[in-house]
Ligand binder design. Sequence first.
Ligand SMILES: Cc1ncc(C[n+]2csc(CCOP(=O)(O)OP(=O)(O)O)c2C)c(N)n1
Length: 268
Amino acid sequence: MQQEVQKYLRYDKLPHIWCPGCGNGIVLGALIRAFAKIGCNQDNTVIVSGIGCSSRASGYLDFNTLHTTHGRALAFATGIKFARPELKVFVLMGDGDAGAIGGNHLIHAARRNIDLTAIIFNNSIYGMTGGQYSPLTPQNSRASTASRGTVERPFDLAELAKAAGATYTARATTYHTSLLTKLICNGANHKGFSLIETVTACPVAYGRRNKMGSGYDMLMWQKEHGIPVEKAKKLTPEELKGNFIIGELYKTEAPEFTEAYQQLIERI
Ligand SMILES: Cc1ncc(C[n+]2csc(CCOP(=O)(O)OP(=O)(O)O)c2C)c(N)n1
């Protein structure tokens, strides 16, 4: 397994830029294990990312990679998939990248049900730029732009994507790594737009301000607050409060954008 996994990394790009305790490396680890499990061909796979700490992940991966502009990863990925539908395209984004500046691209990629696998690194904050709150920052959290706590209600990106037309949504954490690997495989094997949110820790820009302790403590927080989907069904909204659901959240079949477009070409 080790050799299978190592071939997916660009060793000449290491050391990585992530801080001690950051969960991004764990997501990267789950990703490359998923690539090995699926048997991803490096020549036929494209990794697109936006801008942010998490988006640096594309640079460490030995595939056709595109490190694009903040919030536009899905727009670039849509272009690639549309021009070359035979390619497998993964899109790596931070919560700010996908939910704020890139929110419009996210809802339209979901609406089109284009066959992309979107991985959201949700560290609850803008990590790279020093801790401004994002649309996924939990209410009442402190951020560099909310020193007394944010009053805004956060998005549930999985619900948002589902409402917009995504046909596969799932969530895991950097504590639940085998689940994360499995969900990435399932999302990648699903035909249509799939979104896998990963709850990950930013001890420096989020954890420190919110007294969440070390990277290890934040992992334990994920362990305690990530409620498996089957268990969550038996709980009341009151009991679920302050927690989040992990596992496969939604899966359905719908016409995929590039296939529907190909059918149109053949028809005319
Ligand atoms: C158009 C544009 N606006 C703003 C920025 C500055 N910027 C760079 S990364 C970033 C936020 C990163 O947060 P997130 O997407 O959550 O990723 P993280 O760094 O937390 O992984 C911002 C605002 C930019 N590079 N380009």
